[in-house]
Design a protein around this ligand. Structure first.
Ligand code: AMP
Length: 422
């Protein structure tokens, strides 16, 4: 599919050609037509997917279709978590808008630098404002900018903004915007907090989910060990010991699961610590410090707890349970094999999780190698029941066969999947 089939104007197509892009990335193919049509958008996509062009191009198209009033009120507001991302998005807006006539005015504002020059630059009016939430609120309180003519709000890397504690600022900013507007939300992951934010913000959003290009999904060695749920702890301990893994990040889907696993690993002499939402900040920090220092061999985490932590270049990531959302899988394995380093992502997959594994493969568009570890093979039948105490002999006619073998599925049902951690 060429860019020219997406409905973008000629000046934008020229800018795309200048940038050297030949075909739209998957997120661009889906996002550009939706945004052009004025829909709200809920997009699961992280950096590297081409998401910035995915929202910038159609928004520039829409802006340039209408005449500008001479005082240039902000019509597109883009919120980002960090100054780096704000600067990057600002550059993209300028790059893709380079051939538009008349030129659009774009401004980037973030904290940590003097506010006065930003106030001056805003004075003449801007069409597109890229901002971090805290500084934008400061500017609003100083009457340096008004947001009552905003047509489109973009929340970029919304999960990071929430992790950084910006939720109240975001809500205050939203309260300044006209009720009727277009909303686009981009997030790598979807926690309960993000879901709460999207309810009430997005109206019938077009939903898009894509895996990142050229990232861990392609460079990390991924393997799924099919196994029995009951043997997972033993299997993990075996992998850590036999592979001599010194630093492994293990994901579980519940906080209790993280605690239980940590206890069991410590019992078999694998130094482990858990980090999750029920742990105090102090406990989390010390677990993380111990892990980084090499004193803790296995850090057991829930998705939410792991999100904010910065650990570079992990050699091993283990999915003790597969995440509910395939996008979380991509996020998890993105923690290994960064910057071309060798990394391995291992998933322990029990019978009831095979469907989840397929969902992950569907999202990534590639198959994950399946294997079994000798001694821990996934049983085709349920493990034998514990021996029952001897009973007095019965009459043979009462022993009717059921005709149903005890299957692994039966076993799985006795161990329902835990709910994901909040
Ligand atoms: P982003 O995910 O928005 O941070 O973009 C990641 C990188 O991909 C940026 O360096 C873009 O310049 C580049 N990019 C965006 N769209 C395309 C495309 N259609 N073809 C090739 N590269 C692209």
């Amino acid at each position: 599919m060429p860019f020219s089939s997406l409905g973008l104007s000629d000046p934008l197509l020229r800018a795309i050609a200048d940038a050297g892009y030949s075909t739209p990335s998957p997120i661009q193919q889906q996002a550009i037509p939706a945004v052009l049509q004025g829909h709200d958008l809920l997009a699961a996509a992280q950096t590297g997917t081409g998401k910035t062009a995915g929202f910038t191009l159609p928004l520039l198209h829409r802006l340039s279709q209408h005449s500008f009033s001479h005082n240039r009120p902000v019509r597109v507001l883009i919120l980002t978590p960090t100054r780096e991302l704000a600067a990057q998005v600002g550059e993209s807006v300028n790059k893709y808008g380079a051939h538009l006539i008349p030129r659009l005015k774009t401004e980037v504002v973030f904290g940590g630098v003097k506010i006065n020059p930003q106030m001056q630059r805003l004075r003449g009016g801007v069409d597109v404002l890229v901002a971090t939430p805290g500084r934008l609120l400061d500017l609003i309180s100083q009457n340096a900018v008004k947001l009552d003519k905003v047509e489109t709000l973009v929340l970029d890397e919304a999960d990071r903004m929430l992790d950084m504690g910006f939720i109240r600022d975001i809500r205050k900013i939203i309260a300044q915007l006209p009720k009727k507007r277009q909303n686009l939300l981009f997030s790598a992951t979807f926690s309960e907090d993000i879901r709460k934010l999207t309810t009430g913000l997005l109206v019938n959003p077009v939903k898009i989910e894509v895996a990142p290009r050229n990232t861990a999904a392609e460079t990390v060695e991924q393997i799924a060990y099919l196994c029995n749920k009951a043997n997972k702890t033993e299997l993990l301990a075996h992998l850590i010991k036999s592979g001599d893994w010194q630093q492994v990040l293990v994901f579980t889907s519940t906080k209790h699961g993280a605690n239980r696993l940590t206890e069991k690993l410590n019992k078999v002499d694998i130094k482990a610590a858990a980090i999750h939402g029920n742990k105090s900040q102090g406990a989390r920090t010390s677990a993380l410090a111990g892990f980084k220092a090499g004193e803790i061999r296995a850090l057991v985490a829930t998705d939410v707890a792991a999100r904010g932590i910065d650990i570079a270049l992990l050699p091993h990531v283990v999915n003790f349970e597969l995440p509910r959302s395939p996008a979380d899988y991509v996020h998890r394995i993105g923690r290994t094999g960064r910057a071309g380093e060798q990394g391995q992502a291992v998933s322990l997959v029990s019978h009831d999780e095979v469907g989840d594994l397929r969902q992950v493969e569907k999202l990534m568009g590639s198959a994950i190698k399946r294997d079994q570890v000798a001694g821990f093979e996934a049983a085709l039948v349920a493990p034998p029941m514990p021996p029952e105490p001897p009973r007095p002999p019965r009459q043979p006619r009462h022993n009717k066969p059921t005709g149903k073998p005890a299957t692994a599925t039966t076993h799985a049902r006795r161990n329902p999947r835990p709910k994901p951690a909040a």
